[in-house]
Design a binder for this molecule. Structure first.
Ligand code: FES
Ligand code: MG
Length: 572
């Protein structure tokens, strides 16, 4: 069976090429390292500039122990990493670049399986997209969330409380000094954001898709159980390589059903929509935007976590973790979907328990009856837009109000707080030019701030519409991912100040209430189009020319699909 490992295409035989492949790798490994033992790569996104992942080298060491124990050869492969809070203009601009570079290195190297170490927002999506396109036996180990930090006796949620505290500063109810003091309380330990933001969500998605060890999602980064599971993940990776169980066997339409149920029940990030669509595209699974609405519609919100609720990831794990949540909605899960262990996800739920019903609610006592993401269509979003009703204000879910339009985030920042701006709490803030092509990279700016004069009057939410994304740690009545985006010819480019905008979430409608023929006669004005990103060179040009719209996961058109793990030619 050993000859079946793909690494043997490099290492087996007596020829010159096999000699070269083996000889350079003989630096402390056992002499029989290349005799057919599975070569397990640890795709490691540790980086000092991705602070959420900076502890992954320690996790990698634990994985290595497991690989050795099971008879494999562990190989650390530092891969492109994206620090959500650090890179400009937005980490999303490089999710596909990270996925592409990881894909190429997994395929190009003599490896039989992969352990994917991620955490911060884009890292797990990029790793999964890559692993799916190579279809190499793989599993994910998430670095886990950081511990809860407190400031003046109040727990601070990463991200979510930045928005809240900064609005308090603008409203004049918090001093700049207190704001500064809260920084190191918010980021208390190693690990990724501790709200149900994108990183926590994608860790849960990896588990719901079947791509982690069962029960591994959400173990806090400093928790010793993370290293135990990392060790086990190393062992399992060797087994996966031996059995040939691949992402395409695990991630199926059925597992996306489970992921969408998990997304709704946990109140996960809207960003999961673009990431799951992109992952599905890599495997040729026919997942659409409407599946999120349809499958998520019946799912109750059971987890009381920030940004929509009160608690943090540490609390979720203590209260029973993702399995305890999924057990409550087991009837909505697809029992056919398997995990990396080969057994169905649902098989692992029978022993799960809720230990704290304030954090994880019972099915009979949900936080909300219907927690799914709503997909909105109409003359403003022919290809769809999304809203997370669980994070919105109930009184704004049906709303009609005049548009106040901004052509860019700079335009918004320049005019939003102008006392002369014609805006009140019924206005609808429209931000455009912030989609995949327009910005470029579809940044997390959709949760625009509110005008200062309204904040001072106590207004805390308004309807906002954009072709951007929003941080998974944000909240509000925010319509996102409008497709097509303004810069791709979408009608969002045609909205004018004062146009009546209708948002009707129960009816899944988003439109401007002007006659169709008038809309057709309009064309975008110069101020709108000149705010779009200009093609320059390099990655940005490639990205703008090839990025798909949000309803297709914002992948690059030529990266959709899989090339498998085959490499036809030798290197010498
Ligand atoms: Fe890394 Fe939030 S900034 S997970
Ligand atoms: Mg984010």
């Amino acid at each position: 069976m050993t000859a079946e490992h793909r690494s043997q295409q490099w290492y087996a035989g007596e020829g010159r090429d096999a000699y070269i492949h083996r000889a350079w790798m003989r630096r402390g490994v056992p002499t029989n390292a290349f005799d057919g033992r599975p070569q397990i790569v640890i795709a490691n996104t540790a980086s000092d500039l991705t602070p959420c992942n900076s502890h992954l080298d320690e996790v990698a060491t634990a994985v290595k122990g497991g690989v050795w124990e099971a008879g494999g050869i562990p190989l650390n492969l530092p891969v492109m990493s994206l620090g959500e809070t650090q890179v400009r203009p937005t980490a999303m601009l490089w999710r596909n670049l990270a996925a592409m570079s990881i894909e190429e290195m997994l395929r190009a190297n003599p490896v039989d399986g992969a352990v994917l170490l991620g955490g911060c927002d884009k890292t797990i999506p990029a790793l999964l997209m890559a692993a799916c396109s190579v279809d190499l036996p793989s599993l994910v180990v998430s670095g886990g969330p950081m511990l809860t930090g407190h400031h003046r006796g109040v727990p601070l949620g990463c991200g979510t409380d930045v928005w809240r505290l900064s609005e308090e500063v603008r409203a004049g109810t918090l001093s700049a000094e207190e704001f500064r003091l809260s920084e190191s309380a918010m980021i208390r330990s190693r690990g990724h954001c501790n709200t149900m933001g994108t990183a926590s969500t994608m860790g849960s998605m990896a588990e719901a898709l079947g791509m982690t060890l069962p029960g591994a999602a959400g173990i806090p980064a400093p928790d010793s159980r993370l290293l135990e599971r990392a060790h086990e993940a190393g062992r399992l990776a060797v087994e996966l390589a031996r059995s040939g169980r691949r992402p395409s066997h695990i991630i199926t339409r059925e597992s996306f059903t489970n992921a969408i149920v998990a997304l709704a029940a946990t109140g996960g990030s809207t960003n999961a929509v673009v990431h799951l669509l992109a992952i599905a595209g890599r495997l040729g699974v026919d997942l659409t935007l409407d599946d999120f609405d349809r499958i998520g519609a019946k799912v109750p919100l059971l987890v009381d976590l920030q940004p929509a609720g009160r608690f943090l990831m540490d609390d979720l794990y203590r209260a029973g973790g993702l399995h305890a949540v999924l057990r409550e909605v087991q009837d909505l899960l697809d029992p056919a979907a398997i995990t990396v262990t080969g057994k169905p996800l649902v098989d692992y739920l029978s022993t799960a328990q809720i230990w704290d019903e304030t954090v994880i609610r019972r099915r009979a006592d949900p936080l909300q009856e219907e927690a799914g993401i709503a997909v909105l269509r109409g003359n403003l979003s022919p290809d769809g837009a999304i809203i997370k009703p669980a994070a919105a204000s109930p009184h704004l879910l049906r709303h009609r109000g005049p548009a106040v339009v901004f052509d860019s985030i700079e335009d918004l920042r320049a005019r939003l707080d102008d006392p002369q701006l014609d805006v009140d709490e019924n206005s609808v803030l429209v931000l455009r030019g912030c989609g995949p092509k327009g910005y470029p990279g579809m940044p997390e700016v959709g949760n625009t701030p509110l005008p200062e004069k309204l904040l001072k009057r106590g207004i805390r939410d308004m309807v906002r519409i954009s072709d951007a994304r929003m941080s998974g740690t944000a909240y509000g009545t925010v319509v996102l991912h409008v497709a097509p985006e303004s810069a791709a010819g979408g009608p969002l480019a045609l909205v004018r100040d004062g146009d009546p905008v209708i948002l009707d979430v129960p009816a899944r409608r988003l439109k401007i209430d002007i006659p169709d023929d008038e809309l057709r006669r309009r064309s975008p004005n110069e101020a709108t189009t000149s705010a779009y990103a200009q093609r320059a060179r390099g990655w940005e040009q490639l990205y703008i020319d090839h990025v798909l719209q949000a309803d297709r996961g914002a992948d690059l058109d030529f990266l959709v699909g899989s090339s498998g793990d085959e490499v036809r030619r030798e290197s010498h």
